[in-house]
Design a protein around this ligand. Structure first.
Ligand SMILES: Cc1cc2nc3c(=O)[nH]c(=O)nc-3n(C[C@H](O)[C@H](O)[C@H](O)COP(=O)(O)OP(=O)(O)OC[C@H]3O[C@@H](n4cnc5c(N)ncnc54)[C@H](O)[C@@H]3O)c2cc1C
Length: 301
């Protein structure tokens, strides 16, 4: 079922409710599919990939993107998109900054920005008014799991998506999940990969050919916020990819995979950021070393 976008109501921006405030997805639809300009002077809230891509799109359509505003001290988009969508078009990225007011009654007339402290509270005296006629919101995606919950599918509190094993089956027999409903992906290509695994295993299941053995859990340790799949079957006959996100920006560290305190795999990484998914392949010849739950952590090289 994919994700839905977080809306203005969910992030409580003070101000009136003028026209000109769009979720990035709605702006994409109006601009890319229906051929309408959503505004001429735009401020984008959120520097995730969709926000960055829309900054470039709006610029190419002839609008002036005044700023991309981000509450975190770092962008939540891919480095590639920061370079190609912002830097190449001289669009300012304002980090640790929030929109504290949307001005305008009928139509957006501008926004007040404030610098934020480390607890994301506005710092008095840092307010800055920026004139604009549109605000595009790209403030996060939420896995769409109403249907899963109704079906009794267990969700992972960290991903807000179903708990799956390496065949992408959930705790409910015959229910498989893949893509953004499981966890928010950075690239659609990984969604495609995951969907092929789920599709193949759902087909095997329907033919009564899906072998389901006991599984071990994958546990996110120091520096890792979550791992998908959450369970893996070490008797399976294929390599397994673990997808995860790190908690902070790390330079020159390694990802260490352990089972029962024994190191199974180490991967050096020059640069890791929370917005880019990390992927570790555990080849099937390593399964013999897996004697219990698998942990992954970020460690010094
Ligand atoms: C605004 C926006 C812009 C994006 N731009 C890019 C981009 O430029 N490049 C990129 O690589 N990725 C982009 N992404 C990410 C990309 O869209 C996703 O990674 C990908 O579409 C996820 O695929 P999915 O199949 O998991 O979910 P989706 O493509 O979202 O598909 C989910 C489907 O499930 C349906 N559905 C939901 N609930 C139910 C229900 N209860 N019953 C029946 N059907 C239901 C939905 O209608 C939808 O058709 C963007 C995402 C968003 C939200």
């Amino acid at each position: 079922m994919g994700c839905r976008e977080r809306t203005r109501g969910a992030i409580d921006i003070p101000g009136y409710r003028p026209s000109g405030v769009y979720n990035a997805g709605a702006a994409q639809r109006l601009s890319n599919m229906e051929g309408y300009m959503v505004g001429k002077e735009v401020v984008i809230y959120g520097s995730g990939d969709i926000g960055l891509i829309m900054a470039r799109r709006m610029t190419l359509e002839g609008a002036k993107v005044k700023a991309v505003v981000e509450v975190n001290p770092h962008s939540s988009g891919l480095t590639r998109n920061i370079v190609q969508c912002l830097n190449d078009f001289n669009i300012p990225l304002m980090l640790s900054t929030g929109i504290s007011y949307i001005h305008g009654k009928q139509r957006v007339e501008g926004v007040t920005l404030s610098k934020l402290d480390e607890n994301r509270r506005p710092i008095e005296g840092t307010e800055e008014f920026i004139k604009c006629d549109s605000v595009l919101l790209s403030v996060g995606l939420i896995p769409e799991n109403e249907l899963s919950v109704e079906a009794g599918v267990k969700l992972d509190i960290k991903t807000s998506g179903p708990i799956v094993n390496n065949s992408m089956i959930t705790n409910i027999d015959g229910v498989f999940a893949c893509g953004n409903v499981v966890h928010v992906h950075d690239l659609v290509d990984f969604v495609t990969k995951e969907s092929r695994i789920a599709g193949k295993n759902a087909a095997l299941y329907s033919l009564n050919k899906l072998i389901q053995n006991d599984t071990v859990s994958t546990i996110a340790n120091d520096g890792i916020s979550y791992i998908v799949p959450q369970n893996i079957d070490t008797k399976c006959e294929e390599d397994i990819n673990l997808f995860m996100r790190v908690r902070a920006i790390y330079k020159n560290k390694k990802l260490v995979v352990r089972s029962n305190d024994k190191v199974i795999l180490e991967k050096k990484r020059l640069h890791m950021i929370p917005s880019e998914m990390e992927n570790i392949k555990i080849s099937k010849d390593l399964f013999k070393d897996i004697t219990g739950n698998i942990t992954v952590s970020v460690e010094e090289v």
